[in-house]
Design a protein around this ligand. Structure first.
Ligand code: ADP
Length: 227
């Protein structure tokens, strides 16, 4: 059996102390396998961001273990966690957070350069991904010269530039009109399937959630499968 891209084992996380203490995650178990796209659908305040931050090694859990591939991450120091984030994880947010003064291609090249790739290779890969996402005619445009859907596709290209194992997304199409959101989701979905990447995507869009392989929610601080 293949190793899961992400495994959360009995993950707990609470905020605050005393009367203001909120137990957000109370023993979360979750596995996501390579090539699997999982929708996280839950009401506001249920703990979606907390779950994504912990899976993305942006935040520590109080107890339990977070495996990225075969690596147990809770005992690692910040440097090692940062390296895993850089090399094995990709993030997409509701707002693209592209660097405005750089072109689409430069935005995709940058994380690869930070990871140590030579400029020629980084540009080659950048062109390939942007072309796969239908942006070959927009390589030299800056974010401000792109439409909302194009900007979000550049953000997707940037997130997968370092061929991560796991993609984490928070409402990746939440800021787009339905038709554009649909198109962006379709390209993202094709990319996940083509690359064997695993993806966990928080969304309020039930129609998009139905198009993913699996749907989960957070109930009473635990992950529960949805139909
Ligand atoms: P969601 O993303 O589903 O809206 P969150 O994970 O952001 O939910 O938050 C879950 C709960 O944890 C909320 O009640 C929120 O107020 C609380 N919470 C989140 N982050 C913090 C924090 N840094 N300090 C205190 N409480 C927090």
């Amino acid at each position: 059996m293949t190793v899961p891209a992400l495994q959360l084992a009995n993950v707990c996380r609470a905020y605050g102390v005393g009367e203001t203490r909120v137990e957000v995650l109370k023993g979360v178990d979750l596995e996501i396998r390579p090539g699997e796209m999982v929708a996280l659908v839950a009401p506001s305040g249920a703990g979606k961001s907390t779950l994504l931050h912990i899976a993305g090694l942006l935040e520590h859990c109080d107890s339990g273990e977070v495996f990225i591939g075969e690596t147990a991450t809770t005992g690692l120091d910040d440097g090692a966690r940062t390296r895993i984030r850089r090399n094995e994880l990709g993030f997409i947010y509701q707002f693209h957070h592209l660097l405005p003064e750089f072109s689409a291609l430069e935005n995709v090249v940058m994380p690869q350069r930070i990871a140590g790739l030579a400029i020629g290779e980084a540009e080659k890969r950048g062109r390939e991904i942007l072309t796969f996402l239908g942006l070959s005619h927009r390589l030299d445009h800056r974010p401000g010269e792109l439409s909302g859907g194009e900007q979000q596709r550049v953000a997707i290209a940037r997130a997968v530039a370092n061929t991560p194992r796991l993609l984490l997304a928070d409402e990746p199409t939440g800021n787009l009109d339905p038709e554009t959101g649909d198109h962006v989701f379709a390209t993202l979905s094709a990319l996940v399937k083509q690359s064997g990447l695993a993806a966990l995507m928080a969304t309020h869009n039930l129609e998009l959630a139905q198009r993913m392989d699996r749907r989960i929610t957070l109930k009473g601080g635990q992950v529960v499968d949805l139909p």
